[in-house]
Design a protein around this ligand. Sequence first.
Ligand code: ADP
Length: 485
Amino acid sequence: MRILQAASEAVPFAKTGGLADVAGSLSAKLASLGHDVFLFLPLYHEARSWAGKARRTLTIDVPFGPETRSLSVALVEKENLRVAFVDDSAFFDRPGVYGENGVDYGDNDRRFSLFCRAVLEAAKALEFAPEVVHAHDWQAGLLPILLKRLYAGDPVLGAAHSVFTVHNMAYQGLFPAAAVQLSGLGLKELSPSSLEFYGKASFLKAGLVFADRLTTVSPNYAREIQESSETGCGMEGILRQRSHVLSGILNGLDVDYWNPEKDPNLPKPYGAATVFQGGKAAAKKALRQECGLKVDSGLPLIGIVSRLDRQKGLDIAIAALERRLGGFELAVLGSGDPALAVSIRQYASRHPSRIYFREGFDESFAHRLYAASDIFLMPSRFEPCGLGQMIAMRYGAVVVGSRVGGLADTVFEADSGIGNGFLAEPGDIGSLERALDRALEAYHGPMWPKLVEHGMRTDFSWDRSARAYVDLYENLVGAVVGPKA
Ligand code: ADP
């Protein structure tokens, strides 16, 4: 099947969060299954070295508001996957992906309108006629409407079906109404039945209204976003109207990349069968040294790897942990909201020998921290899917998380007998305190090794999820279409 994937970030090319893991590893998995996959990404500064490996570069003219922009598209091959980087240096060759120092770029409407239009113009120029155009999040949200409004009769793109995946409803791509014209859409789209949202243009809504199929990243989240305005972020009505085409497909994990048995970042590899033979202990010892943690090696090390955002509930975590000082050591890796960073930094500086905070985005440290952690804390207020908890389990950390969204699809209360972690009600400090108490007690008890092994042996691989996407595509295209010969 010919599949066009379009996203604003994908591993290993550019990453700010889970979207990148999913867009990158889903595309690679589909290509490895034999499908003809073309992944489209903006060429950000951090990905520029990839353009140097381009097998071919083409120049395309993209209609953009009143102007036409001439830009290049660099074509790279990574194993079976073809990647097309949209290279408009004025828009994308910047230090950040969406912004800098916690502030979004002021022209993100222009940047991602151009991206969407350029994807379609590049597909035409390449004569790549996808059966499915799969767009991810608001940055690619204009693709379904552009296909219907501007490319319906196009010989290359006219037969394409569209799928739109929402990785997080809270990011809506809301812009001044004039943004709608940049991509060539008419002002008539500024109506409630199209992409208008309270007087603004919503790129997310454009995807939700116009895509042939909608998916989100866990079954629970698919239900939650239709149920309340808090989780649906104002889109719950549209989602209910379109619930017959909406489904939740749990994200998979790139289990080759996130693999403590061959992770070059770790001092000594380990797997589920060998986790207690020194590998995890070596990771913990090295990280405690690196971070200056020296209260007591017999205490559990709690790890957090997270965007710093209200969603992730780190304020609640600090409040709950504050009353339990003495029972753990803590290492936090995070970037995002500067105010949240200040409060975590202050907290850590009050207890320097037991709490460590590294501000920034640090892939290698993230690997070391997952491996070093005994407990992984993820008290999200809402969580579309969450990869952090899956990675943590794969590295032998037991999760304390919220019973919400994808966390509730992957973490099950240990006290139930079949569980792999500890759950708290989202946004509830008391409930989180109780979950932490259960985890801290369990850490010193006989059940712990079983919990660790259970998490490590859980199958989070892409196999099942990729098959679910292929089923969805095939069902949409209306026939069972095999991989290319
Ligand atoms: P979200 O996509 O909401 O940020 P997920 O749990 O789905 O959350 O995915 C987060 C991904 O980003 C994981 O791969 C995690 O390891 C990574 N990550 C988050 N913050 C950092 C950071 N500061 N440094 C390195 N990796 C990070």
